[in-house]
Design a protein around this ligand. Structure first.
Ligand code: NDP
Ligand SMILES: C=C(/C=C/[C@@H](C)[C@H]1CC[C@H]2C3=CC=C4C[C@@H](O)CC[C@]4(C)[C@H]3CC[C@]12C)C(C)C
Length: 540
């Protein structure tokens, strides 16, 4: 599905001058209809049509398709990728490589296959969405060990890239919770890779590889038990050292909270959130403190959190677990503010039209013209950057100077060092960054989303230059950005930031070279950012 080019000028004019109105009167209603049609489809599909028993036949189909291509003469073999449309995924890029690739149909790999409650492992196909899996597991008293907050992300997309959630200070990155990746290699061979079987090199290399090694056809993921509510404690801070120390302390505590997250509203002010699973079903005294943050008339969650800045001390609430997991849904974190302005959080709007939100993230991408895409790259920042916890104050100040978008999202995660020969693409923590006696270091996600201060003030803003400075910094401290976002590194710089040793070996060993695009070629912007950089340099 593509928007006809003839409509581009109209869309551009509307997006430039009438964006909040277009969001309210066009995007939200259309997205609402689409969301509900898809929900009905999902209900009918899951109730009557789901066919986990046919999983093997779907895998055989993918494998046969790959084998057919492999048997073609070399000059006819185009590199492979999934056939998922570029506007459907959670990335600011439009994957133009798909146009010249052999697109392998995987869309029907969307069934949950089974739950092994004894070993706490769920088995599922890669196109199952996080929202579907979360609701399915919640009914059974579980949740994914890394259950991110965006319903539309797919389990497979997270496995082949990266996933992280506010439980990751306990469970680590998504990849640590993948028990098995079942993949089809470039020649059509089916392989099951686990942490310690004969394909363990593949298990270590697949995360962050973005489908450049093999096609994923099934996953086994760790789940954790849940309780009906999350007790959330919001603590306001007005001193950078204090909130950074507090985040560090609770992330590394012996009995840490189940969830840790901070919304940083300026260099000095932040609200730190600690969540713990609880069951208050039979505790009527606590019922008064229940907050259904997911209801349509409630504020965007980040605005609710911002309110705690004016409190003199911690505030407690009980949030139903599912609503807690998807607390950032209606505001798409704070990305919706940049699409429709603060009207989306206006009390009248919420009561009368709040039920239209959130728009499907992919629906925001669908009507994007090339001009909107360039605006996304040059006048917005959408970045999640994984950094060692010791850098927290420095990185916040750096992001403040370079971007000036608030709030900034911060939540901790373990990053494991799997030892010599087993180190995957994301840089492993050096010895000095390991938690004493453990084989992991404590890192965090720095989520910067929004319109940079300079753009808001109509001052010159150097998007590529600034992001490159952030990348230099990230590389120098042993971190790395999520690769769904725009990155502006050269291939050499990319190779210095990430560890491609095992990845390169695995590409050769499992025959990916020439059959799947290289990682860098998949994640570099499809736009000529060097031209933008030249332009930025000239304006000095
Ligand atoms: N907190 C978090 O964890 C967050 C994570 N994200 C990011 O969101 C993205 C997930 O979104 P989603 O739209 O589901 O993923 P995508 O469809 O964007 O997939 C991500 C990458 O994985 C590859 N991939 C996906 N499925 C398969 C498969 N079955 N076989 C082989 N390769 C595959 C894709 O390759 P191809 O191009 O061939 O389709 C693509 O390069 C990830 O990049 C993730 O890091 C975003 C927000 C927050
Ligand atoms: C129109 C386009 C882009 C639309 C954006 C509004 C969305 C496209 C991808 C979205 C996001 C991806 C991943 C995210 C990480 C999360 O932790 C927070 C939300 C988000 C930043 C999310 C925000 C909206 C998008 C950027 C085209 C032109 C690209």
């Amino acid at each position: 599905m593509k928007v006809p080019k003839i409509l581009y000028p109209i869309i551009d004019v509307v997006a430039t001058h009438l964006r909040p109105l277009a969001m309210m009167y066009v995007v939200l209603p259309l997205s609402f209809i689409l969301r509900n049609v898809l929900a009905i489809h999902a209900f009918v599909y899951n109730t009557f049509l789901a066919s986990p028993q046919l999983h093997q036949s779907r895998v055989d189909r993918v494998s046969a398709c790959v084998k057919r291509r492999f048997e073609l003469p070399p000059e006819k073999q185009k590199p492979m990728c999934t056939a998922r449309a570029a506007w459907m995924n959670l990335s600011t890029r439009f994957a133009t490589y798909k146009e010249s690739s052999e697109r392998i149909y995987v869309a029907d790999l969307c069934d949950i296959i089974s739950l092994d409650e004894k070993n706490m492992i769920v088995r599922a196909e890669p196109l199952v969405e996080v929202g579907t899996m979360t609701r399915w597991l919640q009914k059974r008293g579980y949740m994914l060990a890394v259950n991110l907050e965006i319903e539309e992300a797919t389990l497979g997309g997270l496995a082949m890239a990266v996933g992280m959630s506010t439980y990751s200070h306990i469970s680590g990155l998504y990849q640590e919770n993948v028990v098995a990746y079942e993949v089809v290699l470039a020649d059509g061979t089916f392989v099951r890779a686990t942490r310690d079987n004969e394909y363990k090199d593949l298990w270590h290399a697949l995360p962050w590889s973005h489908g450049s090694l093999a096609l994923l056809v099934c996953l086994e993921l760790k789940v954790i038990p849940t309780k009906p509510y999350v007790h959330v404690k919001y603590t306001p801070f007005h001193d950078q050292k204090k909130y950074c120390d507090y985040i560090t302390e609770i992330s590394l505590a012996k009995d840490p909270p189940d969830f840790v997250e901070a919304s940083v509203f300026s260099e000095e002010s932040a609200v730190v959130m600690e969540g713990r699973f609880v069951d208050i079903t039979y505790d009527p005294l606590k019922w008064l403190q229940i907050n259904h943050v997911g209801l349509w008339y409630k504020q965007w969650f980040w605005m609710h959190v911002k309110g705690f800045l004016s409190k003199s001390g911690p505030v407690n609430e009980y949030v139903p677990t599912l609503e807690y997991v998807f607390r950032h849904n209606r505001g798409i974190f704070w990305a919706l503010r940049d699409q429709m302005g603060m009207i989306g959080n206006n009390v009248f709007f919420r009561y009368f039209f709040g039920w239209l939100s959130p728009p499907k993230v992919t629906f925001l991408k669908l009507p994007a013209t090339p001009e909107i895409r360039v605006e996304m790259m040059c006048q917005r920042v959408y970045q999640d950057i994984v950094l060692p916890l010791r850098t927290l104050p420095e990185a916040i100040n750096k992001a403040s100077k370079l971007f000036g978008c608030w709030p900034i999202l911060v939540y901790p995660s373990r990053v494991y060092d799997h030892g010599e020969g087993n180190r995957g693409i994301f840089p492993s923590p050096p010895k000095e960054d390991l938690v004493p006696g453990e084989n992991y270091g404590m890192f965090y996600d720095l989520g910067v989303y929004g319109i940079p201060h300079a753009v808001r003030k109509k001052l010159p803003y150097k998007a590529v230059t600034n992001m490159r400075e952030m990348e230099d910094y990230t590389s120098s401290v042993g971190g790395g950005p999520f690769l769904y976002a725009d990155t502006f590194m050269s291939k050499e710089e990319f190779g210095k930031m990430f560890n491609l040793d095992l990845y390169d070996k695995v590409r050769v060993k499992y025959g990916a070279v020439g059959h799947f695009p290289e990682l860098y070629d998949k994640i570099k912007p499809e736009i000529d950012y060097m031209a933008i950089l030249d332009q930025e340099n000239k304006t000095y």
